[in-house]
Design a binder for this molecule. Structure first.
Ligand SMILES: [Zn+2]
Length: 241
Protein backbone atom coordinates (compact mmCIF):
# COMPACT_ATOMS: atom_id res chain seq x y z
CA UNK A 1 0.00 0.00 0.00
CA UNK A 2 2.76 2.41 0.97
CA UNK A 3 4.48 1.60 -2.30
CA UNK A 4 1.28 2.44 -4.21
CA UNK A 5 0.89 5.76 -2.40
CA UNK A 6 4.55 6.55 -3.06
CA UNK A 7 4.09 5.83 -6.77
CA UNK A 8 1.03 8.05 -6.97
CA UNK A 9 2.82 10.85 -5.12
CA UNK A 10 5.82 10.53 -7.40
CA UNK A 11 3.62 10.70 -10.48
CA UNK A 12 1.81 13.74 -9.08
CA UNK A 13 5.09 15.52 -8.39
CA UNK A 14 6.36 14.71 -11.87
CA UNK A 15 3.06 15.84 -13.42
CA UNK A 16 3.27 19.23 -11.73
CA UNK A 17 6.85 19.59 -12.73
CA UNK A 18 6.07 18.87 -16.33
CA UNK A 19 3.35 21.51 -16.17
CA UNK A 20 5.84 23.95 -14.61
CA UNK A 21 8.45 23.00 -17.16
CA UNK A 22 6.08 23.82 -19.98
CA UNK A 23 5.30 27.17 -18.32
CA UNK A 24 9.03 27.84 -17.91
CA UNK A 25 9.70 27.10 -21.55
CA UNK A 26 6.93 29.45 -22.66
CA UNK A 27 8.14 32.22 -20.33
CA UNK A 28 11.74 31.91 -21.43
CA UNK A 29 10.77 32.00 -25.07
CA UNK A 30 8.31 34.86 -24.52
CA UNK A 31 10.68 37.31 -22.82
CA UNK A 32 13.93 36.01 -24.24
CA UNK A 33 15.46 36.29 -20.79
CA UNK A 34 18.96 35.08 -20.15
CA UNK A 35 19.40 32.17 -17.76
CA UNK A 36 21.95 34.36 -15.94
CA UNK A 37 19.20 36.76 -14.94
CA UNK A 38 17.65 34.14 -12.70
CA UNK A 39 20.91 33.06 -11.10
CA UNK A 40 20.59 33.04 -7.34
CA UNK A 41 23.26 32.87 -4.72
CA UNK A 42 23.01 30.62 -1.67
CA UNK A 43 21.57 32.05 1.54
CA UNK A 44 23.52 31.25 4.66
CA UNK A 45 22.26 27.81 5.58
CA UNK A 46 20.00 26.71 2.78
CA UNK A 47 21.13 23.92 0.47
CA UNK A 48 22.53 25.07 -2.85
CA UNK A 49 21.98 22.93 -5.92
CA UNK A 50 25.12 22.89 -8.04
CA UNK A 51 24.11 22.11 -11.60
CA UNK A 52 27.10 20.75 -13.46
CA UNK A 53 26.75 20.53 -17.23
CA UNK A 54 29.32 17.83 -17.99
CA UNK A 55 32.22 18.64 -20.37
CA UNK A 56 32.19 21.91 -22.39
CA UNK A 57 34.74 24.18 -24.06
CA UNK A 58 37.56 22.13 -25.56
CA UNK A 59 36.02 18.96 -24.16
CA UNK A 60 32.92 18.01 -26.14
CA UNK A 61 32.47 14.63 -24.44
CA UNK A 62 30.93 11.89 -26.56
CA UNK A 63 29.28 12.49 -29.95
CA UNK A 64 25.75 11.27 -30.69
CA UNK A 65 24.76 9.18 -33.70
CA UNK A 66 23.41 12.35 -35.34
CA UNK A 67 26.65 14.25 -34.66
CA UNK A 68 25.51 16.29 -31.62
CA UNK A 69 28.13 16.80 -28.92
CA UNK A 70 27.36 15.50 -25.46
CA UNK A 71 28.52 18.84 -23.99
CA UNK A 72 25.71 20.65 -25.87
CA UNK A 73 22.99 18.27 -24.66
CA UNK A 74 24.33 18.49 -21.10
CA UNK A 75 24.29 22.28 -21.22
CA UNK A 76 20.77 22.47 -22.63
CA UNK A 77 19.36 20.15 -19.93
CA UNK A 78 21.30 22.05 -17.23
CA UNK A 79 19.96 25.41 -18.42
CA UNK A 80 16.42 24.03 -18.24
CA UNK A 81 17.16 22.78 -14.70
CA UNK A 82 18.38 26.28 -13.84
CA UNK A 83 15.21 27.83 -15.25
CA UNK A 84 13.03 25.47 -13.21
CA UNK A 85 15.13 26.13 -10.10
CA UNK A 86 14.66 29.86 -10.55
CA UNK A 87 10.90 29.41 -10.91
CA UNK A 88 10.56 27.23 -7.84
CA UNK A 89 12.87 29.19 -5.53
CA UNK A 90 15.63 26.59 -5.40
CA UNK A 91 19.00 28.14 -4.54
CA UNK A 92 21.39 27.13 -7.29
CA UNK A 93 24.60 27.81 -9.15
CA UNK A 94 25.94 26.38 -12.40
CA UNK A 95 29.52 25.25 -13.03
CA UNK A 96 29.14 26.60 -16.56
CA UNK A 97 26.34 28.32 -18.45
CA UNK A 98 27.83 28.41 -21.93
CA UNK A 99 29.88 26.23 -24.23
CA UNK A 100 32.78 28.68 -24.12
CA UNK A 101 35.33 28.19 -21.39
CA UNK A 102 38.21 30.63 -20.91
CA UNK A 103 41.58 28.95 -20.45
CA UNK A 104 44.94 30.39 -19.39
CA UNK A 105 47.77 30.32 -21.98
CA UNK A 106 49.47 27.57 -20.00
CA UNK A 107 46.58 25.21 -20.81
CA UNK A 108 47.92 24.54 -24.30
CA UNK A 109 46.58 21.02 -24.92
CA UNK A 110 43.15 19.44 -24.63
CA UNK A 111 44.17 17.40 -21.61
CA UNK A 112 45.58 20.50 -19.85
CA UNK A 113 42.40 22.41 -20.68
CA UNK A 114 40.27 19.61 -19.27
CA UNK A 115 42.37 19.45 -16.12
CA UNK A 116 42.21 23.21 -15.61
CA UNK A 117 38.43 23.22 -16.06
CA UNK A 118 37.82 20.29 -13.72
CA UNK A 119 40.04 21.86 -11.06
CA UNK A 120 38.07 25.12 -11.28
CA UNK A 121 34.80 23.22 -10.94
CA UNK A 122 36.06 21.35 -7.88
CA UNK A 123 37.10 24.68 -6.30
CA UNK A 124 33.70 26.22 -7.02
CA UNK A 125 31.82 23.22 -5.62
CA UNK A 126 33.96 22.93 -2.49
CA UNK A 127 33.69 26.69 -1.88
CA UNK A 128 29.88 26.53 -2.04
CA UNK A 129 28.30 26.22 1.38
CA UNK A 130 25.76 23.39 1.68
CA UNK A 131 26.29 22.32 -1.92
CA UNK A 132 24.43 19.38 -3.44
CA UNK A 133 25.74 18.45 -6.87
CA UNK A 134 23.90 17.04 -9.86
CA UNK A 135 26.27 16.45 -12.77
CA UNK A 136 24.55 16.02 -16.14
CA UNK A 137 26.01 13.63 -18.72
CA UNK A 138 25.02 11.34 -21.60
CA UNK A 139 26.07 7.75 -21.90
CA UNK A 140 27.78 6.21 -24.93
CA UNK A 141 28.64 2.65 -25.83
CA UNK A 142 30.31 0.99 -28.84
CA UNK A 143 27.13 -1.07 -29.51
CA UNK A 144 23.79 0.50 -30.34
CA UNK A 145 21.54 -1.60 -28.11
CA UNK A 146 22.22 -0.34 -24.54
CA UNK A 147 19.71 2.29 -23.49
CA UNK A 148 18.09 3.78 -20.39
CA UNK A 149 19.04 6.57 -17.99
CA UNK A 150 21.12 5.81 -14.91
CA UNK A 151 22.32 7.66 -11.82
CA UNK A 152 25.64 7.22 -10.01
CA UNK A 153 26.44 8.40 -6.50
CA UNK A 154 29.62 9.58 -4.82
CA UNK A 155 30.89 8.22 -1.52
CA UNK A 156 29.92 11.42 0.26
CA UNK A 157 27.07 11.09 2.74
CA UNK A 158 23.62 11.69 1.30
CA UNK A 159 24.63 10.96 -2.29
CA UNK A 160 23.12 7.48 -2.51
CA UNK A 161 19.62 8.49 -1.41
CA UNK A 162 19.54 11.35 -3.94
CA UNK A 163 20.72 8.97 -6.68
CA UNK A 164 17.98 6.46 -5.80
CA UNK A 165 15.30 9.18 -5.91
CA UNK A 166 16.61 10.37 -9.28
CA UNK A 167 16.76 6.82 -10.64
CA UNK A 168 13.18 6.03 -9.50
CA UNK A 169 11.90 9.27 -11.02
CA UNK A 170 13.71 8.67 -14.32
CA UNK A 171 12.45 5.08 -14.51
CA UNK A 172 8.87 6.19 -13.85
CA UNK A 173 8.77 9.25 -16.10
CA UNK A 174 11.36 8.74 -18.83
CA UNK A 175 11.89 5.05 -19.35
CA UNK A 176 9.22 2.71 -17.90
CA UNK A 177 10.62 -0.80 -17.62
CA UNK A 178 14.18 0.49 -17.26
CA UNK A 179 16.04 -2.00 -15.10
CA UNK A 180 19.02 0.21 -14.39
CA UNK A 181 19.59 1.05 -10.74
CA UNK A 182 21.57 3.73 -8.92
CA UNK A 183 25.21 2.64 -8.63
CA UNK A 184 28.41 4.01 -7.06
CA UNK A 185 30.27 6.34 -9.42
CA UNK A 186 33.55 5.08 -10.92
CA UNK A 187 36.39 6.02 -8.60
CA UNK A 188 38.65 7.48 -11.29
CA UNK A 189 36.55 10.58 -12.00
CA UNK A 190 38.61 13.58 -10.87
CA UNK A 191 35.66 15.80 -9.98
CA UNK A 192 33.93 13.16 -7.89
CA UNK A 193 37.16 12.17 -6.16
CA UNK A 194 37.83 15.71 -5.02
CA UNK A 195 34.51 17.14 -3.90
CA UNK A 196 33.11 16.88 -0.40
CA UNK A 197 29.34 17.43 -0.83
CA UNK A 198 26.53 14.97 -1.68
CA UNK A 199 26.91 14.37 -5.40
CA UNK A 200 25.18 12.44 -8.18
CA UNK A 201 26.23 11.92 -11.77
CA UNK A 202 23.29 11.40 -14.11
CA UNK A 203 23.67 9.65 -17.45
CA UNK A 204 20.40 10.87 -19.01
CA UNK A 205 20.48 8.36 -21.84
CA UNK A 206 22.64 6.62 -24.44
CA UNK A 207 23.52 8.84 -27.37
CA UNK A 208 24.80 5.67 -29.04
CA UNK A 209 21.24 4.23 -29.09
CA UNK A 210 19.25 5.41 -32.14
CA UNK A 211 15.91 5.77 -30.32
CA UNK A 212 17.29 7.51 -27.24
CA UNK A 213 19.56 9.74 -29.30
CA UNK A 214 16.53 10.85 -31.34
CA UNK A 215 14.59 11.57 -28.15
CA UNK A 216 17.51 13.57 -26.71
CA UNK A 217 17.52 15.68 -29.85
CA UNK A 218 14.03 16.97 -29.01
CA UNK A 219 13.45 19.97 -26.74
CA UNK A 220 10.43 18.29 -25.16
CA UNK A 221 12.45 15.32 -23.95
CA UNK A 222 15.29 17.47 -22.60
CA UNK A 223 12.71 19.56 -20.74
CA UNK A 224 11.19 16.40 -19.32
CA UNK A 225 14.60 15.25 -18.07
CA UNK A 226 15.20 18.62 -16.39
CA UNK A 227 11.78 18.47 -14.74
CA UNK A 228 12.37 14.94 -13.49
CA UNK A 229 15.77 15.85 -12.00
CA UNK A 230 14.44 18.96 -10.27
CA UNK A 231 11.39 17.14 -8.90
CA UNK A 232 13.66 14.41 -7.48
CA UNK A 233 15.90 17.09 -5.94
CA UNK A 234 12.87 18.72 -4.27
CA UNK A 235 11.77 15.37 -2.87
CA UNK A 236 15.30 14.89 -1.53
CA UNK A 237 15.19 18.27 0.22
CA UNK A 238 11.80 17.35 1.66
CA UNK A 239 13.16 14.09 3.06
CA UNK A 240 16.19 15.78 4.59
CA UNK A 241 14.40 18.74 6.16
ZN1 LIG B 1 30.07 12.70 -20.06
Amino acid sequence: MIAVIKTIRLQTVIFWFLALAAAAAVMLIADGSDIKSIFTSGKKDSPVLVIDAGHGGADGGATSLSGVLESELNLDISQRMAALSGLTGIEFIMTRDSDNIEYPDSANSISKKKKYDQKKRVELINDTRNAILISVHQNCYPHKSPHGPQSFYSRNEGSDSLAVLIQDSMNAALCPGNRRIAMPVANNIYLFKNITCPAVLVECGFISNPKESELLNTEAYRLKIAAVLISAYLRYLDMNE
